[in-house]
Design a protein around this ligand. Structure first.
Ligand SMILES: [Zn+2]
Length: 398
């Protein structure tokens, strides 16, 4: 007997899917309106942020919640998105009978909010205070071990993206240029990774079922790749202007466009197409960060990973140079020295290449990728990135 559902799935080889957050709200100084926007979910909230972020947002949020009748428990986030922390917050949410979970901060706090809200089956609100990744909009939590900074454990795909992504651009502008720059690095890979995935006829991050684990991913709609294309176009058009505005903590139209691009567009682009070598290389480098005592940001490694991907895919030199020129203009590192890996040992580069080649996303390239191909592409990226830096110095973060 034929299992009808899997029969339909296998015959309709190109089932296409699209996901996104339910709402995305952005503007300068909008934090004071948060209570008004979350009221639709209920009147009891679990809110959390680490100590630094708590200092920045808590008074404004307290007043807003008071104004709009939201009762809440405020927890100090312990900085790592680990199962321990997720379960601790989940228990608090259960005992307080909350109707929504609101996370404030960077990727780790927001990944934790997505996990807690999905486990409690209540709406999730993400309030990014930096624009360094697209974690605020995606349905994925990257889980690490305790204590902070932990080691990668797994990527968890939740059935629901955040119900509300709430972005105060004044807070983002105040956070400084390095975060915005890293967010551009994370966003800049999405067009190239999406292109690889679509060319390989592979899947995106939209699944038919999620329980007990995600199964049967779908393929990109034609609009998926268009989202990546606009992401890259906007980064090239407005990236430099936004970077300069962030150095001075100023909200300008260019900064607003780049915040939207880093947080929303980049997230839509990757979840609806897929990621490939750039993120696999990022993943590989995380294994040697501790040894070299360096802390490059996710998006900085992704930017370097993008150069590696372009080389690996045999893209023409003018495309590679065009990318490197753009990366330097927006403050991103383009060689190992700029990333902080000084005098890197060959054996460690092999480890990076090996780990990157084992990442499941590397299979999204339209050809088989070996550790040796990755090793050569990383070495070559570093070589031309170093040469390029001598001619066109990198823009400081200011
Ligand atoms: Zn990323």
């Amino acid at each position: 007997m034929i299992n009808t559902e899997s029969y339909i799935y296998s015959t309709l080889l190109d089932v296409k899917g699209f996901i996104s957050p339910r709402r995305y709200i952005q503007g300068p100084n909008i934090l004071q309106l948060l209570g008004r926007f979350v009221k639709i979910f209920g009147s009891r909230a679990l809110a959390f942020a680490d100590e630094d972020v708590t200092r920045i947002v808590r008074d404004v949020v307290a007043k807003s919640f008071y104004d709009y009748g939201i009762r809440y428990v405020w927890e100090i986030f312990r900085r790592e998105c680990s199962w321990e922390e997720i379960n601790r917050l989940k228990k608090i949410g259960e005992s307080e009978n909350v109707e929504m979970v609101i996370g404030f901060g960077g990727g780790k706090a927001l990944d934790t909010a997505k996990a807690v809200g999905n486990l409690l089956e209540v709406p999730v609100v993400t309030v990014p205070t930096i624009a360094s990744t697209d974690a605020p909009t995606s349905s994925i939590s990257v889980i690490y071990t305790e204590p902070y900074p932990g080691e990668w454990v797994e990527d968890v795909f939740w059935p629901r993206n955040p119900d509300l992504v709430f972005v105060d651009t004044k807070i983002i502008a105040n956070a400084g240029a390095r975060f915005l720059s890293a967010g551009m690095g994370d966003a800049s890979s999405k067009y190239f990774e999406g292109l690889a995935t679509v060319q390989a006829n592979k899947h995106n991050f939209v699944y038919i079922e999620y329980k007990p684990k995600p199964v049967e991913p779908l393929k990109a709609l034609t609009i998926g790749l268009e989202l990546g294309r606009i992401t890259w176009k906007r980064l090239k058009t407005y990236g430099r202007a936004a970077f300069e505005a962030a150095k001075k903590s100023l909200v300008t139209p260019a900064l607003e466009i780049i915040v939207e691009t880093n947080i929303l567009l980049s997230g839509l682009a990757f979840e609806n197409t897929g990621v490939a070598t750039a993120h696999a290389v990022e993943h590989g480098f995380t294994y040697i960060k501790r040894k070299y005592g360096v802390t490059p940001m996710h998006g900085e490694l992704v930017a370097f990973g993008t150069i590696v991907e372009l080389i690996l895919e045999g893209r023409p030199m003018d495309i590679i140079l065009d990318y490197m020129k753009w990366a330097h203009e927006v403050g991103l590192p383009i060689n190992l020295n700029e990333l902080g890996f000084k005098d890197i040992a060959e054996e460690d580069l092999w480890r990076v290449a090996q780990k990157a080649s084992e990442a499941y996303i590397i299979k999204n390239e339209p050809f088989e990728v070996t550790p040796e191909m990755l090793f050569n592409a990383i070495k070559y990226a570093d070589y031309i990135g170093t040469k390029f830096s001598q001619i066109f110095p990198r823009e400081p973060y200011g």
